[in-house]
Design a protein around this ligand. Sequence first.
Ligand SMILES: [Fe+2]
Length: 547
Amino acid sequence: MLWPSQDNGSGCANILNYCMYTMKKNVVLFFASLVIVVTISSEVFGQKRAYRTPEFAYNWGKPSLHPDHIILNVTEDPSTSMSVTWRTSVEVQVGYAEIAKATPAPKFWRNATTLKAKTETLDATEVQYAQSVTNYHSATFTGLEPNTIYAYRVGNGSIWSEWIQFRTAPTEGQPFSFLYVGDAQNYVLELWSRLIRAGFQKAPQAGFVVHAGDLINNGHSDREWHEWHMAGSFIHGMLPSMATPGNHEYYPINDEGWKTRSRQLSVQWQPGFTLPDNGPEGFEETVYYMDYGDARIISLNSNTKIGKQVPWLDSILTVNPKKWTIITFHHPLYSASSGRNNLNLRNGWKAILDKHQVDLVIQGHDHAYARGHTMPTDSNLVAGLNTRDQYIGTAYVVSVSGGKMYPMRPDGWADFPGAVRDRGGENTQLFQVITVDGDVLMYESYTPTGDLYDAFDLVKSNDGMPNTFVDRQQEAIPVRTHEETISYYDTLPENIEKKLEKNNPGYTVIRVTYYDEPEFRGYVVRMQGEEDRIELTLDEKGNVVKE
Ligand SMILES: [Fe+2]
């Protein structure tokens, strides 16, 4: 191409022509590049990306001489005591924990006391997904003052953690808040990290965190526990955890276990946590209670021996000195998601919860959100009820904090006589901030981006009447569903879907997951028939490779 500057022309006219030419050319180039940029952008950012599991280096998550997985745990009375647990490699045979009242002056440690930790070795070399030997160290700080900030550190006497602060529980009559999260379970480091950190941002003054089971997916996996600890990071050291085990904390430990379906509690659970030792025999660190301010908060184990926990529960609720009773366990009495119904659990526990007028039950398991209530059942009280009063029995919540999502039950709790679901939600990670302040329990559920998703208050009536229920969901954002949010599932190319439905008459595609992994690239497709479901694995071209 001959550029104007290379033309033999001369004078003003030529210069003008050249300027006009350059301008036109630049305008054309500008719009052309805009088209390219827009095209590339929509391809890069608008495409449906396939999920690929992040890889972890082999040594990632292995213990070392330095204390890690530092976790603060509640005790029976967190106003005067608190427990801490951490791990190291087995070379560290002795552990110490030091504690002092925190002061603004940095040398508060001059007043520190040192405790020798209990050290136990977990040899999990034969346990699938653990295959490790680890030393766990734990200590319980006692003789603490209520509602007071302490600083502690852990180590072997020369290698130490940082000084970590926490606040002891208040005494009765003083308000407090806590965080409650449902299943973290999947994509823990990838996606639970943002959720728990957003929770800490929203309620940095929270006294503790309730984890309602399925903290990870394979309960024995060292790598997954490492994800959980890295995701929570220093929050686990600052806000004591109250954890209840889910079904994913009960996993087979080897191939034989998978064959015989024998599941056992995560081998890391008891060494890795130090939870109150006040439950019934055989349920150590899974069934227990604590008294925090004006509340008795109880963990039950919904995985095993439901009936055996009832006498203990009855006894601690019969002598319950606290105004409020909150219970956590994993499997919900009233399910949030489709196709789930824990009838045995309801038969086992509903009556005892009603008998003691438990205020709030916080659960997990269903990977969807549901919040509702039962009606008061005490006939003496019911007789005195005025229909204008919003009295309720127990408030029940199911929530999910990690990245796995199921559809919610389309009809709410219509199948559950005596229970009403007031609010549902899908495809949304959530954490809850619950505040107990005298006669009011204030419940708020938040998204990781800070929106209020649900809210209600329970108001205690001191005349022995049931709680008054104040539904505040009108303050929250609209209900979120799969249809209205970024698709959780993948889609099949249209021609493959048509072919599949033609080859499987009577079945329709209901769920597609696309895998883009080095060992497999293709689709896993679930199809719903009139009476059953089938699952097919397809390669990228749509050929069925496994039925
Ligand atoms: Fe579960």
